[in-house]
Design a protein around this ligand. Structure first.
Ligand SMILES: [Zn+2]
Length: 313
């Protein structure tokens, strides 16, 4: 299957980040390739793709003549939000058994400390058909599957792994992070989230490459006592979980006119060197977009200069 992503990685990053007069460059259908970020009836769509540093898949969104005057606010698309989330981590791939370093235990700490953190509260203003995003999440632990992992270039194998590795939380609020031992290679994204069902039970899930030594997905954390690979996963984990909570499923809840979710809109921007979670753990982690903060002028600037990001410190 040819995806948008495999197309994009076949070209150079600079070709995509340049302003171009090709009106169709942001419309994958015009290129004859499949865009996995949209429902195709065969696979769950990729949402909230966390692109590598410096890669902008919407290069014309801010500068396009037709977007002048368009609001940077996210709008509501009539779907559910996650009032809470029951999270679990799946470490997939043969190398996790021997060379996990501090990543498995560190991510245990991350998810435990996320609940009731000021960082989790950066998503609390958003509501859906089923209520409002709340500050509390519950981490139910990790699973290690040492069978060979699939790449993140399609969603179906990742959903299949979730359904194999865990029993979905009966509440339907399950969010499962699949951390593979595969390096990113030439793919131009660090992670994504999606949704599906396991035996009829709704699940949210996310995919992560191994980010050790990966400059394109590295927040360059100066927090002591954690490996670079752990710090990189912590940052992208905040991006994906925040997006799943505010835009978890079809028909979708909160995203802007370019399809960007709250993590996307503040990706690769850091207002403070580190954020302290509710269990005292510290992480260098991107902020999340707040419509309220943008409107009030109290947020920090994202990469487009819009003051709508909350650092969650
Ligand atoms: Zn995203």
């Amino acid at each position: 299957m040819i995806s948008l992503l495999s197309f994009a990685l076949a070209g150079s990053v600079s070709a995509w980040s340049q302003t171009t007069s090709d009106a169709n460059v942001n419309d994958p259908s015009s290129l004859g390739v499949e865009d996995l970020s949209k429902p195709n009836g065969k696979e769950p769509p990729m949402l909230g793709i966390h692109w590598v540093r410096g890669f902008n898949p919407h290069p014309r969104a801010a500068a396009n003549f037709f977007s002048w005057g368009r609001s940077p606010l996210m709008t509501y698309h009539n779907g559910k939000i996650m009032g809470t989330a029951v999270t679990a981590n799946i470490f997939w791939g043969p190398s996790w058994s021997a060379s996990s370093g501090d990543k498995i235990t560190g991510l245990d700490t991350w998810y435990q400390g996320f609940s009731n953190s000021n960082y989790s509260k950066t998503s609390d203003e958003y509501t859906g058909t089923n209520g409002q995003v709340g500050a509390t999440t519950r981490y139910s632990g990790h699973v290690i599957d040492t069978s060979a992992a699939s790449s993140g270039n399609s969603t179906s194998p990742i959903l299949a792994e979730v359904c194999k590795a865990i029993t979905p939380d009966p509440s339907g609020n399950g969010y499962y992070s699949v951390y593979t031992d595969l390096p990113r290679g030439r793919a131009n994204y660090c992670a994504w989230h999606s949704y599906g069902t396991c035996s009829g039970k709704p699940v949210q899930f996310a995919f992560f490459w191994k980010l050790d030594g990966d400059a394109g997905c590295d927040p360059q954390s100066t927090v002591s006592g954690e490996s670079q690979g752990l710090a990189a996963l912590a940052n992208v984990s905040g991006h994906e979980l925040s997006e799943a909570r505010t835009d978890p499923a079809s028909p979708g809840a909160w995203y802007d006119s370019s399809g960007q979710e709250n993590g996307d809109k503040c990706a690769w921007t850091f207002n403070v060197p580190s954020v302290t979670f509710s269990n005292g753990s510290q992480w260098k982690i991107q902020g999340e977009w707040s419509n309220a903060a943008y409107t009030a002028g109290t947020g920090y600037r994202n990469s487009s200069g819009q003051k709508g990001c909350l650092d969650g410190r």
